[in-house]
Design a binder for this molecule. Sequence first.
Ligand code: ADP
Ligand code: MG
Length: 686
Amino acid sequence: MERFIGIDLGTTYSAVSTIDEYGKPVIVRNREGEHLTPSVVYFPPGGNPVAGAEAKEMMLSGEDNVIMFFKREMGNPEFRFSVYGKEYSATDLSAILLRKLRDDAEAALGGSVTKSVITVPAYFNDLQRSETIKAAQIAGLEVMRIINEPTAAAINYGIARQGDGRLLVYDLGGGTFDVTVLEVSGGDITVLSTGGDHNLGGKDWDDCIITYITDQFEKEFGENPNDDPLTYNDLVFNAERLKKQLSVVRSASMTVRYAGHRQKYEITREKFEELTEHLMQGTRQKTKEVLSEAGLGWGDLAGVLLVGGSTKMPMVENWVRLMSGKEPLRGINVDEAVCLGAGIQAALEAERQNRRMGLPGAQGPRLSLPGGRPLNIKDVMSHSLGAIAVSKEGDRYVNSIIIRKNVTIPVTENRPFKLRTRPGGGNEMEVYLTQGEGTEVTQCTVVGRYVLRGIAHTGSGEAIIDIGYAYDENGVINVIGRQQGMAPPLLVEKLPLPDDMSWLYGQPKSNAGLSIMLVIDISYSMEGHPLSQAKKAALEFVKKTNLETSAISVIGFSDDVTEYCRPSHDRGVIEKAIKRLKEQGGTESPLEFCYQRLASSKAKPVIVVLTDGSWSGQQRAIATSDRCRDAGIDIIAIGFGSADKKFLRRISTISMMTDLDKLVDSFGTIAQELAQSGSASGIKFR
Ligand code: ADP
Ligand code: MG
């Protein structure tokens, strides 16, 4: 028979639960006979890794190759634990621990255990959640569902007490702090808001004791016991023990032995509370924030549920009593509440799976709910999801939030985005999925990249794309794209993130200013219709260029080079200059002149040159064009009539041959493409 378990994968301790023969959630003891398994992994030389109490003992005995607190590094690509030349990610280490939990459960339950519900801190992001699922899979466990730790505690509490109303769950564990406000009503549990600090926990309280005592020791003996790893391990162990004693008695002591000295230190509860006041302040601040995010005050709460081993400290209880004016609520056991909730959820998920597969759902023990009421969990987004967009001013990238933190999941939200399109196929939009609360790109993390294909070109050159995010109960995200005015949804493809994301902090390409030099052939062969078409085309180009960011200068070339206007942002000035263009003489290369003018340009320099014949001095022009390229000057060459196609291709970044009557269109397209890609090399002529 396949068995299911609920797992509290804690930072310092983990636990496993299931449903017993009476339909009640119970903790499954590990092979050491304990309810809690230390979240510690040890690598013995030449043997298989060991997790749990044995690993913790090895750590305390000063063994290297032991690691704990790796949950804090979940999803951190920089973190690696190296041992015997091998590297382990936090996911790998979690997998080793999960394997031990699973093996222990199989030993206790007497059957294979394949299905699980695992809890994570409410503020874990998608990467951290999916890494948790990955770790379970490596350990041979199917994850039926990931649920938030405070939600799990409330599930357990909701069943045990059947209290309706709004609850604040205050979870202070060994390494993490979680606050969640939720509403319990009959069988429904709805999360209203959530927050926390994944670097605040009981361990920090221990550290305060260690620092306080070793400072005294150093003053007395001139030696710091922290310098010796073995002594430090002793200190860690004894400080935690002292702390736990202070939860019960008003004063406790510990002895430090180091460098031939031995000293006993006494700490009162009062002193301990004074030493750790700043840590309490941290939890108070976070609690206040989460309450106000739910739009509630202390008076609106039916109760405060304390979860996590560190809430056994009287300072926590006293503060909660003071703020809420009520006795804090506790599960039957604060260490086990999360785990038992996970077990209940696992039973519900297993029943649901069986029902879906047409099975009677009677495999294994069934959950018995008081009054037979169904239990419904409604969770919320623990962080906002958005997309990278260009700011209104066009000068930088911003995070545009699509799904807000704290909305109830599952949820689907849309938001329209503008996209410049060009004629022909191949218009597509890149969506960079973000997680984070602020509008600044520095305040969010880019977690995914999607390409929406099949966008149609519109007459105005601007399409409106509705980007939709759908977020389901397990935290799986779907990206949907629709072009306004078009029926079928766009094709969406998920792509890996590029390694180099530094562009996020630069100027959006399409809006970076350009310094464009319009260089028009005014030799005699252009006289009449060709020149008047060229002027029309140049005017069209000006019309399609964003002169707020880009400047245009106008050059006529024949035997001589004439600057009709210097780089300008003034439409009137540029248009007047174009209209003044007048034919004269033969055709010499204008590139030398252009190079001199543009080589030191601050804005991206682009030469747009139009010609109808071949130039004298081609060799010199080719040499100059190479210097232009080295100086970052782009050259777009447009030829018609008896222009030399090969030569134009040689001197330009990009070139095209066109007809007189298509000139206006071509120039318009080039202006648009330039605006969109920010350089000539991004342009594709179709
Ligand atoms: P996690 O979920 O982060 O693994 P737990 O909820 O199991 O953590 O809590 C572990 C923390 O609780 C440890 O820091 C431990 O020292 C602390 N703790 C356990 N019992 C007590 C106690 N009686 N008084 C104070 N702290 C305690
Ligand atoms: Mg915990």
